[in-house]
Design a protein around this ligand. Structure first.
Ligand SMILES: C[S@@+](CC[C@H](N)C(=O)[O-])C[C@H]1O[C@@H](n2cnc3c(N)ncnc32)[C@H](O)[C@@H]1O
Length: 195
């Protein structure tokens, strides 16, 4: 990717507005369109580093909500008592959190694997990340909760969408204006989890 593309206007805007990543604007766009996070919600941010989505989620949960963020890569501290940061693998969240019952109102996942350059392997890894996020949502989401997950075109993404659809009252696919125009990512938004 060229330097010109990497540092586009949202990259600069994120720097100017104090967001840790340009990805912050993707969650803002999702929130503007679907209102997935409400005041007082408990939000689980999966694949959170460097923390742009975590910052945005904190803005929407209000004083009584909170955000738990996990990534393989440790996030720099966020000075906010409503926020818990976990360095770890989302596969182990069950053990890490040790919750007795589903406790989150919203699960958001911008998780992605490191690219290898081998198309088939990268597509399989991308669907694997989405499936892991869905697995986490199935463990952690309260009845009626909301879900947003990044997916990429190609591979068995249509199979993923098809199997996810019945789990929510409403499922939408959303291509975001704030995604880079070179990206083939889109987001699946599940509203009203049916536990
Ligand atoms: C595109 S970044 C997330 C950007 C973030 N949403 C933001 O706004 O700053 C994707 C992240 O997914 C993380 N990730 C990939 N697989 C993971 C896993 N199994 N468990 C936890 N995090 C994972 C990567 O370490 C990477 O930091």
């Amino acid at each position: 990717m060229s330097e010109y593309n990497r540092k586009d206007h949202l990259y600069q805007k994120a720097k100017d507005e104090g967001y840790r990543s340009r990805a912050a604007y993707k969650l803002i766009e999702i929130q503007d369109a679907y209102k997935i996070i409400k005041n007082g919600d408990r939000v689980l941010d999966v694949g959170a580093w460097p923390g742009g989505w975590t910052q945005v989620a904190l803005q929407f949960v209000g004083g009584s909500g909170n955000v738990t963020a996990i990534d393989l890569q440790p996030l720099d501290p966020i000075d906010d008592s409503r926020c818990s940061l976990i360095a770890g693998d989302a596969r182990d969240l069950d053990d890490i959190l040790g919750l007795k019952e589903p406790s989150f109102d919203v699960v958001i996942s911008d998780m992605s694997a490191k690219l290898t350059g081998i198309k088939e392997a990268d597509q399989a890894a991308a669907v694997g990340c989405a499936e892991l996020a869905l697995y986490v949502a199935q463990q952690m989401l309260k009845n009626g909760g909301n879900f947003a997950v990044k997916v990429f075109k190609g591979g068995d993404v249509e199979g993923f969408v098809k199997s996810t659809r019945p789990m929510f009252n409403k499922l939408v696919r959303s291509e975001l204006k704030s995604s880079r125009n070179t990206s083939n990512e889109f987001y699946i938004i599940g509203l009203g989890f049916k536990r």
